[in-house]
Design a protein around this ligand. Structure first.
Ligand code: NAD
Length: 319
């Protein structure tokens, strides 16, 4: 009798060898997995080969004979197009051998993740969504966190593989639950970073030092990751991006992306949220006005600048 939860073996077709996928694939190769990489951008393919990842000329070639199709793509549209086929290219669900494990690690809409899994299962395959947190640093070090949506036996089957690329692998529930956990967490993060930043700017206006506010809030009910690990002002947490002119870290563009995925989920579920949508709007503006490549904690400089502008406008109006 076959054991559905047995670790998947065989070749991994790794599609999407960008900032995250490249180093993740390298870690699989180093751990002894057979990997065939593919990316639509030739430069990404060249870089992958330089790092020891065997590559294929097309996605179809990579997927032929693979036991796992691991995707690390920019968006849900990229994923669904690849699965179904687009622009004359055949769909990967069609060309893969029956029972192939389709393992998507991209960050995409919950609805898209569910649709991708449904399509894969309907085509006779297995499907797992496993978005990550930990960024490029975590991808390189093999210390990512994976949030997994899958049937229990499929979770068990991919867990050893994910443990090569990450240090924490959490089964969050059925298909789409990995994406759901990721966007819920990042909605907390986006909202809390704005709250912490507003509090520091208010503290500045009230004559509080950054250190005094940090010493109180970090040991009181205001304590959170945005304050104690990614503190938006330089000084109290020497490793936070604020100490290096907001070099990411977690880039503003990615926070804006994730908050928009959260916004889509809020709208499709009808949740009466107010701060999540507002955070999405605030980070859209931040990203559009030069913050896309800066750490998301750089939002504090926006708040500070807009506070100064607001003050001078109020001052002018009063005269
Ligand atoms: P990236 O743009 O660097 O890489 C994506 C790669 O996919 C690109 O090289 C692109 O050419 C390739 N690609 C697009 N369509 C393809 C196709 N049909 N077949 C093969 N390759 C294709 O992006 P990234 O930073 O590596 O992020 C990948 C995913 O991980 C995104 O969904 C992102 O939101 C998520 N993520 C990123 C980070 C981060 O810090 N960069 C952190 C957590 C999650």
């Amino acid at each position: 009798m076959s054991d559905a939860g047995a670790p998947v073996t065989g070749t991994i077709a790794f599609l999407g060898l960008g900032h995250m996928g490249g180093p993740m694939a390298v870690n699989l190769v180093k751990a002894g997995y057979r990997v065939t990489g593919f990316d639509v951008v030739p430069a990404a393919l060249d870089a992958a080969r330089e790092h020891g990842i065997p590559t294929a000329g097309t996605a179809v070639e990579a997927v032929a004979g693979a036991a796992v199709v691991l995707t690390m793509l920019p968006s849900g549209k990229h994923l669904l197009d690849a699965y179904r086929g687009a622009g004359g290219a055949p769909g990967l669900l069609e060309v893969a051998a029956p029972g192939t494990m389709f393992l998507d690690c991209s960050t995409i809409n919950v609805d898209e993740a569910r649709e991708a899994a449904e399509l894969a299962v309907a085509a006779g395959h297995r499907a797992v969504d496993a978005p990550v947190s930990g960024g490029v640093v975590g991808a390189e070090a093999g210390t990512l966190t994976f949030m997994v949506g899958a049937l229990p036996e499929d979770f068990e089957a991919v867990k050893p593989l994910l443990e090569v690329m990450g240090k924490r692998v959490v089964h969050c529930g059925a298909h789409g639950a990995g994406q759901a956990a990721k966007i819920c967490n990042n909605m907390i993060l986006g909202v809390s970073m704005i709250a912490v930043s507003e509090a520091f700017v208010l503290g500045e206006k009230l004559g509080l030092t950054h250190q005094a506010l940090f010493d109180v809030a970090s040991a009181a009910s205001g304590q959170c990751w945005a304050l104690t690990t990614n503190c938006p002002v330089p000084g109290p947490v020497p490793t936070s991006p604020a100490n290096r002119d907001y070099q990411p870290g977690f880039a503003g563009a990615l926070m804006a992306k994730d908050l928009n995925l959260a916004l889509n989920a809020l709208q499709s579920t009808g949740v009466a949220a107010r701060l999540g949508p507002l955070a999405a709007e605030i980070y859209d503006t931040f990203a559009a006005e030069g913050g896309a490549g800066r750490d998301f904690s750089g939002i504090i400089t926006d708040i500070r600048e807009k506070s100064e502008a607001g003050k001078s406008e109020a001052g002018t109006a009063g005269h």
